[in-house]
Ligand binder design. Sequence first.
Ligand SMILES: Cc1cc2nc3c(=O)[nH]c(=O)nc-3n(C[C@H](O)[C@H](O)[C@H](O)COP(=O)(O)O)c2cc1C
Length: 604
Amino acid sequence: MKTAGSFSFAAAGRAVKAGRRRGCGLPGLKPRPHAVEIATLTEVPIRTRERAAPAMTIPAGTLGTAPALGHWLPEGAPPDPAPEAIRAAVGDLRAPVVLVRHRAGVAVVHGGIVALGPKRVKDAEEVVAYLPPLPAESLGDPNFRAEHGVRFAYMTGAMANGIASVEVVEAAARAGALGSFGAAGQSLERIAAAVDRLNAHLNGAPFCVNLIHSPNEPTHEMATAELLLKRGVGLVEASAYLDLTPAIVRYRVAGFKGGAAGLVVPLNRVIAKVSRVEVATKFLSPPPERIVKELVAAGHVTPQQAALASKFPIADDVTVEADSGGHTDNRPAITLLPTILALRDRLQSQFQYATPPRVGLAGGIATPASAAGAFAMGAAYVVTGSVNQACVESGSSDAVRKMLAEAGQADVTMAPAADMFEMGVKVQVLKRGTMFAMRAQKLYDLYKAYPSWDAVPATERAQVEKTQLRATFDEVWTGTREFWAKREPAQLERAEADPRHKMALVFRWYLGLSSRWANAGEPGRQLDYQVWCGPAMGAFNEWAKGSPLERPENRTVANVAQNLMYGAAVVLRRAALRQQGVELPNECFPLAPLTADELSARLG
Ligand SMILES: Cc1cc2nc3c(=O)[nH]c(=O)nc-3n(C[C@H](O)[C@H](O)[C@H](O)COP(=O)(O)O)c2cc1C
């Protein structure tokens, strides 16, 4: 029989190591093996809030005065107040945790019977907190995990020039996460080779490829979309868009297929990364009719597909990118995420999509607390970047990994972006150990101030040729011309007609190479290394200090991902205890990074 406002259940029975058995037993109290027996116990009134004992202080922790959640009847093992016993219980994410009032503090109990509710049970211990199981794979939106076929709502974001290498993507997939290949800045041949390898190695496990907006090279953007369509890549991470382009709309709409019973299936999935409301609005809305019509006229999508376009948003998922490495508007996650979540809700009620688009969070996620914060605020999934560049699988160099492992949170700054140099767009880069940001800014200032290279004062020209270019302007132009002749000849026509554009292309040579020097660990060019990096890196380093993850050679994509997800669940459990009035010291929680073996034992 249940009493009003209460229910009972058997706490998961588990053996407790003898060495952990401490604290008070309950002599004379017989174990109650079945929950139903609760009904036979004498019920006594529970203390009300007013009559509750004053807040108790336990070593470095406090226990609030909230009324008891319920009562616990032992079955074998006595309550264990040892911090290591509490830590083990909280860290066992698949099992519930029951904490009872114990002398001046709390103790964890195993087995026995717990009756939740206001009625007091004679001779039973007072339950002060209850945690349901919280497996790391339950964090985030179940639809995200189901639709993308991943175990964890965790994604490693694309990193240009193959820094998010095929090895990063494969490691993410093996760890149960979603990896996005860093196709930006790569030739079509390299992207094709990466896709072929991922298809061959991953055996159908999900992966994602970056489709990046390239305002300076629209034909390359379209050719990339075409390549991904031809290779049957079913998921892209669309990024750096300020507006929708025919390339991204084509990719999305070409994937609409009518299924049985009028069901429409979007075969080409899009995860769009945005940091502005206007851009998010575009991705959360159906594609613009104008672009769809043009695509039909060009034969890129069928009229049937065009007719289905209004039923879907462009993106299945929108990643809100707060202050991150690389392209960023430096927005705080804590303000941006709720705004885009609310926007999604408004647009969902306007368009009534069959499946509401989801909203994830990127930027600054590098510790269990930041991942937990994202999930607590309603993120469907989390995306990391900077921390993965520091991992052994990244397409960067050991020299850069070492620099990243030494970075603090303030060791980052904004610098001109190579791909949108002329537009004044900036990217967040590492400033410790490199002078790239200053040197690139100098080039941008000259570009803005002078209409041509010849107009730049001679002393400035000499300085740039000596420091950044380490060659004459004309020598660099010769190489630059060859590059663009193959990649996008229209750029050369523009440069011949506009000497400022020519200057931009030469300066972009430096900006482009500075990334490659970093990725290759080019000796002698360390001060020019362009390393995209956000404050996440410093936060991660701080957390990893003193653990095996402090050393760059121990950082792997899987270990970082699983540590963050596992740790996020621990942080959320701690928060749940606090909300129940139980504040425990750090030693009661597994907060430090775990080894791969420890993680596989705990995550299963
Ligand atoms: C080295 C580096 C390169 C990046 N390149 C790209 C890119 O080409 N395309 C993209 O969508 N995002 C890129 N990003 C952003 C990441 O995918 C991710 O969204 C971001 O790094 C998350 O923020 P965090 O750095 O604070 O973890 C890059 C980030 C870094 C650190």
